[in-house]
Ligand binder design. Structure first.
Ligand SMILES: Cc1cc2nc3c(=O)[nH]c(=O)nc-3n(C[C@H](O)[C@H](O)[C@H](O)COP(=O)(O)OP(=O)(O)OC[C@H]3O[C@@H](n4cnc5c(N)ncnc54)[C@H](O)[C@@H]3O)c2cc1C
Length: 399
């Protein structure tokens, strides 16, 4: 049976996130964005709504909702501002759900529980100054010394780099495989901000998601206990890709929320602004832009819902979630460009929110797999050049 009704729990989550974000964030977001200010006081509020562990089981401190709920929360948060959704993407999608699937019981107790409760904030560090799409190009190394790994390297363009307490970090633990670019030489580690040799900073030249924190961190011979190795040595690349399957759901759902925000702002403006004696909504070319926003929103939402449903029932969804992320982010760029267009010169000023939408949407077309990487993935699935092999650890299905 196919059903599109949200459960009572999902409806309640949607309305509580929507009301909270409209009441407590929307009135201040323009000023936060203008001031390039990340408001850390939002984190405890998001924790009290259960968002920081939304689909983590209660046994590990979370709210125990399903993966559709993770998408719904992402959509509602990005409807108000991308910076809010990014918190869910890195903290829940990329980091916590990876620990849930791949972490040892000790790692879950030590790291996942405080993250799901919102006492600690977590992020994901794959990208480096010289490697983004080409993840095998990372240079960070992890050298085993007794009961520790010593990590040295620099991660760049990391969301919440200057805010997070815990970092899921990828590094070469096999130096011969590094020379051969064999990804089975990469391992994943949990690094704490408090570890000696760790330092971070904020990127100040960024022009979008200005109310969000994006930065870099450096590891100068950071000693990481072997207990903080996630998965087995050499499974880091697989873990990095696994994490993206969850992160991409949040990005896809968030981008759908951004399309909806563009649509709503454009509808309101089209009913208010008059040219040639009529509301601009009466002009067919304006109607066309608004109609496309609706079409994109509905299609993007269906695609991420399908991916979330596959996660709920415990089925592999790398292909579907890539499709959802690719479609929704490209659609959000189109919608934001048209929303500015509907607003004319007013859209070119930050007196109206659409300029912020236009700046914010572009990041998601780049991170968690660029538009081009997803285009290639989708073609490769069709052409038979790509198939997904079973993973040793899977995201638990929702019971
Ligand atoms: C706001 C923001 C937040 C981010 N947060 C995080 C984070 O929290 N953690 C993290 O690890 N990273 C994060 N990133 C980094 C992001 O994941 C990378 O920027 C992304 O993977 C692209 O890598 P790159 O910037 O090095 O671009 P490159 O890989 O250098 O790509 C440059 C261009 O070449 C194209 N290209 C590259 N390879 C191919 C190919 N094989 N075929 C066709 N075209 C290709 C790309 O599509 C792109 O258009 C963030 C980035 C941004 C902008």
């Amino acid at each position: 049976m196919l059903g599109f009704d949200l459960s009572e729990e999902q409806q309640l989550l949607t309305s509580s996130v929507r009301e909270w974000a409209a009441r407590e964030v929307a009135p201040r977001i323009r000023e936060l964005d203008r001031a390039h200010q990340f408001d850390a006081s939002l984190l405890p509020k998001m924790a009290s709504l259960g968002l920081l562990g939304v689909c983590v089981p209660p046994a590990y401190g979370g709210a125990g909702l399903d993966y559709v709920s993770l998408g719904l929360a992402s959509e509602e948060l990005e409807y108000v501002d991308t910076s809010l959704r990014v918190i869910l993407s890195v903290h829940v999608g990329l980091n916590s759900l990876t620990l849930l699937a791949w972490g040892t019981e000790e790692q879950k107790q030590r790291y996942l529980v405080p993250q799901a409760q919102g006492h600690k904030i977590a992020t994901y560090g794959l990208t480096e100054p010289s490697a983004g799409s080409d993840a095998r190009g990372i240079q960070t190394v992890a050298i085993r010394r007794g009961d520790r790994y010593v990590l040295t390297g620099e991660k760049m363009w990391i969301s919440l780099a200057d805010v997070a307490d815990h970092f899921l970090v990828f590094a070469w633990s096999d130096q011969e495989k590094k020379r051969q670019r064999d990804p089975s030489g990469i391992s994943a580690f949990i690094v704490e901000r408090a570890f000696k040799g760790f330092s971070s900073g904020t990127l100040t030249q960024k022009w979008g998601i200005l109310a969000g924190n994006t930065g870099f961190f450096k590891m100068d011979e950071v000693e990481v206990p072997v207990e903080n190795l996630v998965g087995r040595e050499g499974e880091g690349f697989k873990i990095a890709m696994f994490a993206l399957d969850q992160g991409r759901l949040t990005v896809a759902a968030g981008a759908s929320g951004l399309v909806r925000a563009c649509r709503d702002a454009s509808v309101a403006y089209a009913r208010e602004r008059r040219t040639f004696g009529v509301e601009i909504g009466q002009h067919q070319l304006v109607k066309e832009m608004i109609a496309h926003m609706e079409s994109d929103y509905q299609a993007a939402r269906l695609l991420w819902l399908r991916a979330a449903w596959l996660k709920n029932v415990g089925r592999r969804n790398t292909r579907e979630v890539s499709h959802a992320k690719w479609f929704a982010t490209v659609a959000s760029e189109r919608a934001a460009g048209d929303a500015v267009q509907v607003h004319g010169a007013n859209g070119y000023s930050d007196e109206y929110p659409v300029g912020r939408y236009y700046r914010n949407c572009k990041g998601a077309v780049i991170y968690e797999g660029t538009r081009e990487i997803h285009t290639l993935m989708q073609a490769d699935y069709l052409l038979g050049y790509r198939t997904d092999k079973p993973s040793r650890c899977e995201l638990p299905a929702v019971e």
